[in-house]
Design a protein around this ligand. Structure first.
Ligand SMILES: [Zn+2]
Length: 532
């Protein structure tokens, strides 16, 4: 028989079998894929069937497939990035409301109000928040008259970033009957001009005088904000997130029913602990406060205050809660920031995890200041450290004043945790931070602020390698919700969740990470966002 004919016959015989195995419902091509088997970037094509990766191979192999083909536009395809600690509703609200944060002058702040007013013609009230004068050269507050020039027909109420003052326009004062003779409420002040008229600044309890003008949030508002948050997250390249809002189960069900593409793991309020579901809903509570406001619980006094911070929870109550969760095989995540807050929480965990065969993967959120000894206990009891790279590069600007250099040695100690074999998951805590996967990745690998600045005590040796940083946003968040078989890497059999960037974030220069763009976000094989 002719040799060529033989080859043709063989190909024809093999083809049905071949195509059955590699052709899915959709083929992604023209992409540089992070392939788990080699942990390197390779020029491959991916086939998707039933929401999962069906086959990874060379484009040539897919010639026989007739299925829909999606051009990855030479993008770099990574496992879907997951924000392991954020507040999705807050992300949406920040976008919906008038955001006055980060202004460099009074004029810029007023300009933002004007733009918002021009864009939203049917508003009954303008409510904005986040203004603060600390970066303005003219640090005097604006007045009611500045706002009247923008709109004097509807009330305008603008909250200062610290929540301790409102700036309002004349309409808000009139509707609230604040006039020449209105007395200051106890614990508050109506600031006045020299002629006795209110100037529009209401301090502390005086804010309550206009509070009734601000409409309460309805459940529809909350749903809108949550859905918007999910959409924003997809645009930024996240395929999933762990929501840290400790919601009641009723609220969680409402959000679950929105059927959003983004993969969301919820945290429950402790009162609803009976509704925990391993891998879907865990319980979240608080051990202490934060370093910035000196509320994190420390073993020794703050460097700049005669205080050791505060423990918020009651140990006996937590012990009972842990017992209930232990019996139900449920997961808990406790916010603990200071070294004492972390240590006390580990003491409680130890009571249950010391002699157990259960795979519970209890978490500590933030774990910002943890002694060497306690870092070892994370490993010993398989406690997950949920940490936020962008908190470190923000907080390190003031952490030296609060903690002193000695304690900074074991603060935001990502690398020492990883070297001990502790699982770290990375998050942003948005809207506290911005909530961008590339900013978080940059912070994790540089440990410098967004301008490239770092200072004494920032311990650059704690920065992560590119691969470690990839894992804390992909592989380990999947493990943290018991879904390592289904998510976290690009492997046949797993869900087709991908973050596609225009640059190879494993090799580009540090600053280029911040210029990297999201090309596409793919969840369950569906393209949920494409950069236009
Ligand atoms: Zn948080």
């Amino acid at each position: 028989m002719n040799k060529n004919l033989l080859i043709i016959i063989m190909i024809n015989l093999c083809m049905p079998l071949f195509s059955k195995n590699i052709c899915g419902e959709k083929i992604l091509f023209n992409g540089n894929i992070f392939v788990e088997a080699t942990r390197s970037i390779e020029n491959k094509a991916i086939s998707i069937k039933d929401q999962r990766i069906n086959y990874i191979g060379e484009l040539d192999e897919f010639k026989i497939c007739k299925e829909e083909k999606v051009d990855l536009k030479k993008g770099y395809v990574f496992p879907g990035f997951v924000d392991a600690h954020a507040h999705l509703k807050g992300v949406g609200y920040r976008q919906l409301k008038l955001d006055l944060s980060n202004t460099s002058s009074k004029e810029e702040m007023l300009q933002r109000v004007k733009v918002y007013n021009d864009k939203n013609q049917n508003m009954q009230i303008i409510f904005g928040e986040g203004w603060i004068e600390k970066n303005w050269s003219d640090k005097t507050f604006p007045t009611r008259f500045d706002l009247d020039e923008i709109n004097s027909d509807i009330p305008i109420i603008l909250e200062r970033a610290d929540g301790h003052a409102f700036l309002v326009n004349s309409k808000a004062l009139t509707l609230s009957n604040i006039d020449l003779v209105t007395k200051n409420p106890s614990g508050g002040e109506i600031e006045r001009l020299s002629d006795g008229r209110a100037n529009g600044i209401l301090i502390d309890t005086a804010k309550n005088l206009v509070q009734q003008l601000i409409p309460a949030q309805t459940i529809e508002d909350e749903k809108n904000a949550f859905a918007l948050g999910a959409k924003i997250y997809q645009q930024r390249g996240w395929t999933g997130m762990h929501d840290a809002d400790s919601l009641f189960v009723e609220k969680i069900r409402i959000f679950e029913n929105l059927d959003l593409d983004l993969k969301i793991h919820f945290s429950l309020n402790q009162e609803d602990y009976e509704h925990c579901i391993k891998g879907r809903r865990s319980i979240k509570i608080y051990a202490d406060g934060a370093i910035g406001s000196r509320g994190a619980a420390l073993f020794e006094n703050y460097e700049d205050k005669d205080s050791k911070g505060l423990i918020i929870y009651d140990q006996n109550e937590v012990r009972q809660l842990l017992k209930n969760l232990y019996e139900r095989d449920c997961q808990i995540q406790i916010h603990a920031i200071g070294d004492r807050g972390n240590s006390m929480t580990l003491d409680l965990y130890e009571e249950f995890l010391e002699d157990t065969n259960k795979d519970l993967r209890w978490r500590i959120e933030h774990a910002q200041n943890v002694t060497e000894k306690d870092q070892q206990r994370f490993k010993k009891y398989n406690v997950i450290a949920s940490m936020q790279p962008s908190h470190a590069i923000g907080d390190l600007h003031f952490a030296k004043d609060r903690l002193g250099l000695e304690r900074l040695d074991y603060a935001y100690a990502w690398k020492s945790f990883i070297e001990k074999g502790v699982v770290i998951v990375g998050g942003s805590d948005a809207p506290v931070e911005f909530g961008d996967p590339l900013q978080e990745y940059y912070a994790a690998v540089t440990r410098k602020d967004l301008t490239g600045f770092h200072d004494e005590g920032w311990n650059l040796q704690q920065a992560l390698s590119r691969e470690e940083a990839l894992d804390i946003f992909t592989k380990w968040p999947a493990y943290a919700i018991f879904q390592e078989e289904d998510l976290g890497t690009i492997e046949v059999g797993k869900y087709a969740d991908f973050s596609v960037f225009d640059k190879n974030i494993l090799t580009i220069d540090n600053m280029d990470i911040l210029d990297t763009k999201v090309v596409m976000t793919i969840i369950n094989g569906e393209v949920v966002y494409t950069h236009e």
